[in-house]
Write a new protein. Structure first.
Lengths: 285, 285
DNA sequence: CTCATTATGTAGTAAATTTACAAAAATATA
DNA sequence: TATATTTTTGTAAATTTACTACATAATGAG
């Protein structure tokens, strides 16, 4: 089954590559998706201002066998509960609308990322992490929190893991790196100067450089392995919200990959770590 | 729209009360529901061994306006039913399966949380944060990274924000709190001793205590306001993965809530913060 | 057994969808 | 710039699909 998880997102993404009348159809559907699932090809054609065959061609372009099949896929996609592609919070929103919007945006971002996971890069990064003697997670701003989260995950693999938010520490550690050291840089844009500089410094050593960042960015250029996660544009203006979620889950994937690499015999080790926390908690009554 | 959660269950339940040919139709649909959504009224009638109008009548009996409408409802019902299943990573998984599983689990966790958002608690927490003179975000382990992330978001609101991972610092800060101070505790279980103790200490002051944790937990008991997000059980044994994502998005919701509270006039302030980062990045070529 | 009621199917009709083809627009080429 | 070629779009006819009205069959009551 190759049914797309979110048909609306796919339509949204391809909006530019459509020709005039197909774009009109796309817009009509995006405007009122639920209605589209209920309307006939004639009424949708009218709503979009195009002819009926244009609607039909549109449907086939998106992998449906025809209009009814398309409606079915659309309905299925909508049923998942994520209504719209990506909706910005507005000042007119109230408590009943904006929380849902934010959750929807987060879900959409993960769905989009999931569709285009760079599996080869991930596999390679797992290899490199599994072999590393020491791993440094470096990020700044929001990505610093992501790096911190990664640290909490990866230290479980018997590999010394370090995080530093201080750019000067990052530079110095990069400079003193050697064989077996792995620097893992996290950055949404891949253009943060001090981080890129740290990567440049590390690059001059024997260390391996992996980055979770935008393809083609200065940071990616410095990396032996770049994991480029498809980032749905953050629609909100001032807070990076969705990109870090994708980063976190991607790091989960890497952690799981390393665990699988270690094999079943590694489970007791993880269990011991888990047990060590037992006494820090109040028991469930 | 009062669409039933599971149309198949409804059909199953009414099976006895149907007359002969309607029962045949019901059986045909129950045997192959997915296929039914794709077939025409003629082929379904053939499959059931009845006439086309019988199928049509069957559809109307179950609240649909006709056969196409029924198919739509059926498809919707099938889609939403399959959604909420999270699957654990197994040692037999390979690179093509486990990344998808992890993303699916993350998506499911967010969808589940979205269904049962504690809007009143969220609204209250927004109120309290918006009025606070000082906000402390405290978490330990994975939640420390979440707290760090929150710090990065909330400092934008002109309110002094602090995070400390050190339990001793947390205790001391809690002890010296006063009116206008808000302690925001983040904990998946709500049972981490040192965190609960810090909350108890803070509780003896004039400070406000908000927590993002499990309902009914010791930590929740200490809080003036507890935001209980529905946590899909982490199926993986050793790494808390999905719960922190829900926490992060919930904090995004709170941040957005505070922004909306501040009103449109606040936008320039946020823009200034954003601009301040401009020179830290390499320009896009 | 007959009548009334309900259930089911037949056939025709209306609607919706698709196909084939032609006109129009856009693009490339001379 | 004019012409040829390709792509896009619409028209109209063909086909498939769904629905309605009505007739027949089955069921049950008196």
């Amino acid at each position: 089954m190759t049914s797309e998880p979110n048909l609306l997102a796919v339509i949204q993404r391809q909006l530019n590559e459509l020709n005039k009348s197909e774009a009109k159809v796309a817009q009509a559907i995006l405007n009122a998706p639920e209605e589209a699932t209920r309307s006939s090809i004639a009424s949708l054609a009218a709503a979009a201002g195009v002819s009926e065959p244009s609607v039909n061609r549109f449907c086939k372009r998106f992998g449906a066998t025809g209009f009814p099949d398309f409606k079915l896929q659309l309905a299925t996609s909508l049923a998942s509960g994520v209504r719209y592609v990506s909706r910005a919070v507005e000042f007119s929103d109230d408590i009943n609308t904006f929380p849902t919007k934010l959750f929807d945006n987060a879900i959409n971002a993960l769905m989009t990322a999931k569709e285009e996971l760079p599996l080869k890069a991930i596999a390679r990064a797992v290899d490199q992490i599994a072999q590393a003697r020491r791993v440094y997670f470096f990020g700044l701003g929001t990505s610093a929190a992501v790096a911190r989260d990664a640290e909490h995950k990866f230290f479980r693999f018997n590999v010394p893991v370090f995080t530093h938010e201080d750019p000067l520490m990052q530079r110095m550690l990069a400079a003193s790196a050697g064989v077996g050291d792995l620097f893992f840089f996290i950055s949404h844009t891949g253009r943060t100067k001090v981080l890129v500089e740290a990567a440049e410094i590390a690059r001059q050593t024997e260390a391996t450089i992996v980055s979770l960042t935008a393809e083609g960015s200065p940071l990616a250029d410095q990396s032996h392995c770049c994991i480029n996660v498809k980032i749905e544009e953050d629609t909100e203006q001032y807070l990076p919200m969705t990109s870090r979620l994708v980063q976190l889950v991607t790091l989960d994937v890497l952690a799981a990959g390393v665990t699988l690499r270690r094999g079943e015999g590694f489970t007791p080790h993880l269990a011991r770590i888990k047990d060590s926390l037992k006494d820090t908690r109040f028991q469930t009554s």
